[in-house]
Ligand binder design. Structure first.
Ligand SMILES: C[S@@+](CC[C@H](N)C(=O)[O-])C[C@H]1O[C@@H](n2cnc3c(N)ncnc32)[C@H](O)[C@@H]1O
Length: 208
């Protein structure tokens, strides 16, 4: 049994209140960023350039930069408010020389083909009405045999029930894709050699 999908998606997170709300929740969920960064470590990319799509406050990029010292990260986001928050957090973490920020729409990246060794994204897919466009962009900007890890919430009825009681992320879960939907979208995209792993609230799309 699946919960009803939320119609109409909002892409960027902007405005003082929305950004403060995101920042507060993200700080409480720092352990999740550490966990995701340890998964990135397993992709075995020890150097080169990583692209983070929808970097938000930069929490994941900071953890990855700590774990993998020879990796440079370019983080893009549509929202100036989020980029300002990321700038502040990156400065506080002393990572300004490792993480570069860039205002861009992940559906239309200006990077050349085959530019990146690794592409990562966390909590962004559910903002997109058509993730295939982004999967195609990932396929285009990744080097041959480049790796990726795309994490997002998954829509499923008991995740919905749990979130309603404890975590308060109902809107995001309703906006998320089911694993079946994600697989069908991936099959229609140019991205190849992917795997999908389901977790309690989350799903990961990756290539290692
Ligand atoms: C839920 S936040 C997640 C932020 C960060 N990845 C994290 O895990 O903390 C989603 C982010 O994706 C950004 N975003 C959504 N659609 C985008 C697009 N089309 N291009 C660039 N950024 C986008 C939003 O502005 C927001 O910062």
């Amino acid at each position: 049994m699946f919960i009803r999908k939320l119609e109409g998606k909002k892409e960027e997170i902007s405005g003082k209140e929305a950004v403060l709300n995101y920042n507060r929740k993200a700080k409480m969920r720092k352990y999740i960023y550490k966990m995701v960064a340890s998964k990135v470590l397993k992709l075995d990319v020890n150097k080169g350039i990583t692209l983070e799509l929808g970097i938000g406050g930069g929490f994941l990029a900071i953890e990855i930069a700590k774990f993998i010292p020879h990796l440079k990260i370019i983080g893009v986001d549509l929202s100036y408010d989020m980029l300002n928050l990321a700038k502040k957090n990156i400065k506080e973490a002393g990572m300004e020389d490792r993480i570069i920020l860039c205002k861009a729409d992940i559906k239309e990246l200006s990077f050349k083909n085959s530019s990146f060794d690794l592409v990562i994204s966390h909590g962004v897919l559910h903002h997109l009405a058509d993730p295939i466009i982004v999967f195609n962009e990932i396929a285009r900007v990744l080097k041959e045999n480049g790796r990726f890890l795309i994490n997002d919430l998954r829509r499923f009825w008991w995740a919905f029930v749990l979130s309603a009681t404890k975590f308060g992320v109902i809107t995001s879960i309703r906006a998320a894709y089911t694993t079946k939907e994600i697989i069908s979208l991936l099959e229609k995209s140019n991205l190849k050699n992917w795997k999908v792993q389901k977790y309690l609230f989350w799903q990961s799309i990756y290539r290692f």
